[in-house]
Every structure is written in structure tokens, then in C-alpha cells.
Design a protein around this ligand. Structure first.
Ligand SMILES: CC(C)(COP(=O)(O)OP(=O)(O)OC[C@H]1O[C@@H](n2cnc3c(N)ncnc32)[C@H](O)[C@@H]1OP(=O)(O)O)[C@@H](O)C(=O)NCCC(=O)NCCS
Length: 147
């Protein structure tokens, strides 16, 4: 398996939505229109991880001045635990715009897998959002900064 990470734009909205559907519940997943709108919005950048033509993971972030929000990250269930989520995040954290930003993200209090990934990348717990998700569950706010 040779994984490649590529920057993508609005043209990838449909395949990204397809992967998102495989990774999240129906309530949580985003459709093609949502991806297309986001990928056309100022400051939004997207990456995908692929093995040849197979889309295995995606990451979407939004930069605003000197802050950046991780909008979504996911890896296809059949491709998990092979370092792809870490690869997407590490690739993003290395770009100069990310290195100059304070990065924020929300993660469910129940999502121990993602919490472990972010904490291994040195994200720190900076807040709490009660009932943040559609199912009523709470989110932890994490932050990372090289500054
Ligand atoms: C979270 C997610 C992106 C991780 O992707 P992945 O490619 O499987 O992760 P990696 O293989 O790169 O693993 C990175 C680290 O995550 C943690 N991790 C990953 N899977 C784990 C598991 N099943 N149990 C415990 N820790 C796990 C480990 O710290 C791991 O590092 P290590 O292998 O050095 O111990 C993936 O599980 C996913 O898409 N989940 C559903 C969507 C989601 O929750 N997105 C994040 C929303 S905030």
C-alpha cells in the first residue's frame, strides 16, 4: 500500500462526501453540496489520502487570520489503524500556514480513538462545549500551537 496525500478543491466534493458517509452516521455525515460549499469558502483547505484511485482518508480545515479550525477528519473503516489519520494531520501541521496559526478542533467526549491521536500530536484540552453534537453529546475543545 503506497499512500499519497494530495491537496484537493471543490472538484473532489462528491468523492469526499462518499467517504464521509462511510465514516460517520447519517446525522453526522456531510453531503456533496456541503463539501462543495466549504471547499469554495475563503480559507478552507482540503486534503485526501489515497492509494492509487482509492480514497482512504480526508481532512478539511479553515484558516482565518492566525487561527485554524479542523472541520473534519476521517479514514475509511477498512483503512484505519495504518497511520493514515496521523499522516493527514502531520502533513497539515507541517505547512507554514498551520505553523503560524493556533489550531482548534472539537472532538466528542466519547471519541477516545480521535482523542488519542490528537493528544499524541500534542493537542491540549482548552475547553468544553456541552451538547455540541446532534445526538446531544458534549465536545472537548483541543488546541495546538507551535508559537
Ligand atoms: C480518528 C481516525 C481519523 C483515526 O484514523 P486512523 O488512520 O485509524 O489513525 P492512525 O492509524 O493514524 O492512528 C493514529 C493514532 O490514533 C490512535 N488510534 C487510532 N486508532 C485507535 C484505536 N482503535 N484505539 C486506540 N487508539 C487508536 C493511536 O494513538 C494512533 O497512534 P499509534 O498507532 O501510534 O498508537 C479514524 O478512526 C476515523 O476516521 N474515525 C471516525 C471519524 C472520526 O472520529 N474523526 C475524528 C472526529 S474529531
Amino acid at each position: 500500500m503506497t499512500i499519497q496525500v494530495d491537496v484537493v478543491g471543490r472538484e473532489a466534493a462528491s468523492v469526499m462526501a462518499g467517504l464521509h458517509r462511510e465514516c460517520f452516521t447519517r446525522e453526522e455525515s456531510w453531503d456533496t453540496r456541503s463539501f462543495a460549499q466549504l471547499l469554495s469558502s475563503p480559507g478552507v483547505k482540503g486534503w485526501v489520502a489515497r492509494d492509487g484511485m482509492d480514497l482512504l482518508g480526508l481532512l478539511l480545515v479553515r484558516f482565518a487570520v492566525d487561527e485554524c479550525e479542523v472541520l473534519t477528519l476521517c479514514v475509511h473503516p477498512s483503512a484505519r489503524l495504518r497511520g493514515i489519520g496521523r499522516m493527514l494531520m502531520s502533513n497539515f501541521l507541517e505547512i507554514s500556514q498551520a505553523r503560524q496559526s493556533i489550531i482548534f478542533l472539537e472532538v466528542s467526549i466519547h471519541n477516545k480513538v480521535a482523542q488519542k491521536l490528537y493528544s499524541s500530536l500534542d493537542f491540549k484540552n482548552v475547553g468544553y462545549r456541552p451538547r455540541y453534537y446532534a445526538d446531544g453529546s458534549d465536545a472537548i475543545v483541543l488546541s495546538f500551537s507551535e508559537k
